[in-house]
Ligand binder design. Structure first.
Ligand SMILES: C[S@@+](CC[C@H](N)C(=O)[O-])C[C@H]1O[C@@H](n2cnc3c(N)ncnc32)[C@H](O)[C@@H]1O
Length: 450
């Protein structure tokens, strides 16, 4: 089927063909899917240019938004009339499609659930495409979007800048849509000569997100996943993956008798007011049985690697995350030797921070139970960063590596290190990938017990 439209159909024009409006909406949908890295055909012949719109151009996008608004107004008005059943259904479909497109065009956060495809590169710069099922904002709040911090964390994992082979029991906090989880699964499961069986526990406190992550596991590993139960599976006979509900504030009520904290006492941290109580108990609508809770009694001090991306957006998070890490990170060292900090000239003070924390600019090479965190350095959130750093210090952790970097700088630095032109990587990017967060600054930290 092919309809060549050079100008947008004027909906108020007498005799407007409703099919051409519907086709135009479908065409916009395809363009939006492409920007998300999805290039399925949807029954359209992609060779035909339906519209002069290029949605990455600001002016054309604004024009498109205005046109869709008119379509919604016009079709809503039509629905007020006495319509035949078929006509009624057609106009209702148009309103639904147009509204979904409008919310996606006006901001990802407002959009419906989406499948996105995000490109990573392995250590040889070969592309790895990770598919992610993002739930709607209504279902999962801030967790419905894949944030830049997890893009950075996933890139480091995918290219082995974070060597996962030395860890056996890995935990992710606040996994959200699960991009980092997918990158971790892929890296650990990659067929290398490693016979050791490893465990990876993916957590969030919103069950809908764990449902979406399960869908993403199916999208990326349908052939390799063997489910042991609804919420646990094995990948490549090598990695046991568990999806578990975990609310960081659960450490508040963790029996103080069984809780072995660092020397200092842990104070009770009230959860944030914003978006907490309304999502904590949002468990309705989960299709199968709920994912199990992460049992602190059984997992205390058991994980040798904990990772997290963008989990410090409220001051309460900055206070509770150090307690969570203290509670769950393994205590003993596997090998006694000290990490290579480089010489003193290679050490750096964390920038723009109140805390006088000095750490290395070299990625540590020795094994330590480690907490690796990526946090966006938002102008509005310095107090969260400062509080987090001083609380980590208070709970007996030292930062042994940290780097402030944007997504673009990260790629440039990596290509320079490999002596490869950056253009080669960028050319392989599918579609017009959203580069909104490319120039935002992120801090990647490695923390270990002092
Ligand atoms: C900004 S999102 C980041 C998500 C993901 N890591 C990423 O970078 O795309 C923060 C995540 O933390 C989760 N979260 C917020 N408060 C939490 C809590 N009290 N316990 C567990 N997870 C929480 C949210 O559900 C959300 O998935």
């Amino acid at each position: 089927m092919g309809l060549l439209l050079q100008t947008p159909p004027n909906v108020f024009h007498k005799g407007t063909d409703i099919k051409s409006i519907e086709n135009t909406l479908f065409y916009i949908e395809i363009q939006l899917q492409r920007t998300r890295g999805i290039s399925e055909k949807n029954g359209f012949d992609q060779e035909i240019s339906y519209y002069p719109w290029n949605l990455t151009e600001k002016i054309e996008k604004e024009w498109c938004v205005k046109w869709i608004e008119t379509v919604i107004k016009w079709s809503t008005k039509k629905l007020e009339n006495d319509l035949e059943k078929l006509e009624y259904e057609l106009f209702s479909q148009i309103v639904t499609l147009a509204s979904n497109l409008l919310s996606e065009l006006c901001g990802k956060a407002a959009s419906n659930s989406n499948q996105v495809c995000i490109r990573m590169w392995d250590q040889n710069t070969d592309p790895i495409d990770i598919k992610i099922q993002e739930p709607s904002f209504g279902e999962a709040d801030v967790g419905s979007k894949t944030w830049g911090s997890s893009v950075l964390l996933s890139r480091w994992v995918s290219r082995n800048s974070i060597d996962l082979s030395i860890y056996n029991n890995i935990l992710e906090l606040g996994s959200g849509t699960g991009l980092s989880s997918m990158a971790i699964c892929r890296s650990i499961s990659a067929p290398v000569n490693d016979k050791e069986r490893k465990c990876f526990t993916i957590t969030d406190y919103i069950p809908v997100l764990l449902e979406s992550i399960k869908k993403s596991i199916d999208l990326n590993f349908s052939q390799q996943a063997i489910y042991k139960s609804t919420w646990s599976l094995n990948l490549f006979s090598k990695l046991d993956v568990y999806l578990k509900r975990f609310d960081w504030f659960a450490v508040n009520s963790f029996d103080s008798q069984s809780r072995v904290f660092s020397e200092i006492g842990a104070e009770h941290v009230e959860p944030p007011r914003a978006n907490y109580f309304d999502v904590t108990y949002r468990t309705e609508g989960i299709s199968s049985s709920h994912p199990e809770l992460l049992e602190l009694e059984n997992t205390q001090h058991s994980f040798d690697l904990i990772v997290a991306a963008d989990v410090l957006y409220e001051i309460e998070h900055a206070k509770i995350i150090p307690q969570v890490v203290d509670c769950l990170l393994l205590k003993r060292k596997k090998q006694p030797e000290a990490v290579n900090h480089g010489d003193i000239s290679e050490q750096t003070n964390l920038q723009s921070s109140n805390n006088n924390i000095t750490c290395s600019q070299n990625v540590p090479e020795s094994y330590y139970p480690m907490f690796i965190l990526v946090a966006p350095l938002r102008k509005t959130h310095w107090s969260e960063i400062n509080t987090f750093e001083s609380e980590m210090d208070k709970f007996g952790f030292s930062c042994i590596f940290s780097k402030d970097v944007t997504l673009s700088e990260d790629l440039e630095d990596w290509c320079t290190k490999l002596n490869k032109p950056l253009e080669n990587l960028l050319e392989t990017l599918p579609g017009n990938v959203d580069s909104e967060s490319d120039n935002e600054l992120y801090r990647i930290y490695y923390w270990k017990r002092k």
